[in-house]
Write a protein that binds this ligand. Sequence first.
Ligand code: ADP
Ligand code: ZN
Length: 746
Amino acid sequence: MIIEVAIPLPLEQTFTYAVPERLCQRLLPGMRVLVPFGRRTVTGFSLGPAQSPPIGDTKEVIEILDQEPLFTLRDMEFYRWIAAYYLHPLGDVIRTAIPAGLTVMGRRKQSVASDGSVVDEEVMTSGVRLKEERHYKACGEPPASLKGRGLEILRFIAARDGVSATELRGRFASCSHQLKRLAELGLVTMEMREVYRDPFRSEEFSSDTPHELNAEQSRALAGLCAAMDRGGFTPFLLHGVTGSGKTEVYLQAISHLLKKGKSALVLVPEIALTPQLVGRFRRRFSCGIAVLHSALSPGERYDEWRRIRRGEVAIVIGARSAIFAPLDNLGMIVVDEEHEASYKQGDGLRYNARDLALVLAKQRGAAVLLGSATPLVTSLHAARQGRMAELTLSCRVKERPMPEARLLDQRGRGKETILPPLAEAIAANLTNGGQTLLFLNRRGFATWLVCRDCGHVLRCPNCSVTLTYHQQKRRHICHYCDHSVPAPTLCPECDGGEIGLLGVGTERLEEEIATLFPDARVARMDRDTTSGRGGHSRILRKLEGGEIDILIGTQMIAKGHDFPGVTLVGVISADTTLNLPDFRGGERAFQLVSQVLGRAGRGEQAGEVLVQTMSPDHFAMRAAVSHDYEAFYAEELAQRLDAGYPPFSHLAALHFSAISPKTVEDEAVRGGELLRQLRRSLGLRVEILGPATSPMGKVRGRHRWQLLLKSADRSQLRRLLLAFRGGYTPPSTVRTAIDIDPQELL
Ligand code: ADP
Ligand code: ZN
């Protein structure tokens, strides 16, 4: 038997191997195999019988590494699509798709057991293992002589079908002595059973009942249910303003789906930030739910994955990588906050989980529900073109009004962190007992250190950014590579003492707020205060419990949280994304401001929002504070049409990086020349921009250059990139990457 094997190395092609007689019986497509590769032995993925006969000598598979397949033929169809679309090696696509830790180089070891039999065991360098635990079962009537704790424990075990050691410990504290005694008396038997590592097992969830839907929600649900009843691929865009009850629609649609015996996949931008959403699912459904959390250990992730594969769960909730969850019987994929850039992976396999949701649903004949208060311009355009059904929730639930929002002109007042109207509003809100959120998209204390004598600025030696001062740590830190230096007291350049800290980060804002409002309970939520598991939920719970008056935070506080007590939202500076060298700057600013202001007035009390900005005349700012998505959409779409950006073109970026600035420049130039030459010879209509240094010209010591390719015709873009990939080999010191549908042009 000759099989096709994908190898998780940066190689475009797959390879063929012969399967020796002794392995033929056990080998199935989707299993990992150990194969010789050059002078190495590597893990590969068996894809099944080879389609074309091998050329030349075929090497043999050394060993099979799995008892059961890791992926199915249907998964393979999805993987192959991804590899072709993103021009990425199939082996690496599979490695990305299956749980981390499984593809480490493994090998099998044979050893001789004490009874002389040969044991075949798998040795993994850092692999994930199954977890096992002792389970006890009762197997006899208690004799009259048994009394006290021993009897109590036996009764406890007898009342159940197998009790784990953990459960017994929880009930009886230490009891190993009694258990040993019971086993000796032949009253209990012990066996090792496989257990799942479940990070949420200890949490208890009360149950809730569905809300009675309002008219718009009902209409949306009816549309979804009709599609699910018909079956087949149907994409929906659920455009609902903040607080309009989108999540309730997801929940009821999924409930309908479960009744049909189907399962649902729910993608969220960042699961650590959405404990509320996960809680709502756990309260609503009694079926198995798997949560693929970014903070799971490889072992926990593997266990969740196996639960899904075995059909023990009907709902999977997770971030980006959950698109690869091995759910059978998929009926619907929900993509919450579909506009979020975090659905796109920034390195390795640069896939976009939002886009892949549509691909997967099409392959499986499932419905897709893309939900957002601020859909991507490209999504709404697709819907208006008839490629998706548009569902709208235009009002908040219970006829709550959208918050009153206003722009505060910051021009010429750069030195004031908080303008007087915002300070007054905070004071008034405190007096009224309302909660305030203050949003600032910059963590740390000050954004840079500057010497007033010589103008020296502290910069990262590895990246083209300034170092951010963190007061608690008394260090200047790079937010890209974590390089840090202790805070100097004199200018490192001229030894002058006149050094100053410019720019405001969340840490400094917290200090200023605490000084301005000494009686307020102030907290901060950013990457520095939320490290460790449960860091986010701890702060969010305090806010929910009314223990915080003013919460300061980065975009973490902008996400879909639902806090009825928040009646004032202040945006300290709305311009950071607006000024990015990226055509999506306006769209990102609109999304961010709309999302942040959506946190206000979600309870009985009306909400107020004040947005400080240097660009009070920008259409994205104006549209965001007047809750006018359509105005934003019309203007943004017109600009995209003008400049030929998506949805009116398709993009791909080509990245080059190297330690030596000269080498990377030379290669980028050479790459650009090759592209233009190929375009000419193939007669393709593709616009080639660059090469140019990337806006972030240096990251972690590597200099970066890029080319941007644009075409109205996706297939022409693809043909050019395929020809380029076939004809270009960079020197070993240069890294290149193709990014299809790039999100960040930095
Ligand atoms: P969104 O996701 O659109 O921002 P949510 O789904 O979080 O909105 O809903 C906001 C709040 O309104 C939640 O507390 C939710 O439980 C509640 N809610 C949703 N639908 C209804 C309804 N039909 N009637 C009453 N309350 C509702
Ligand atoms: Zn750096």
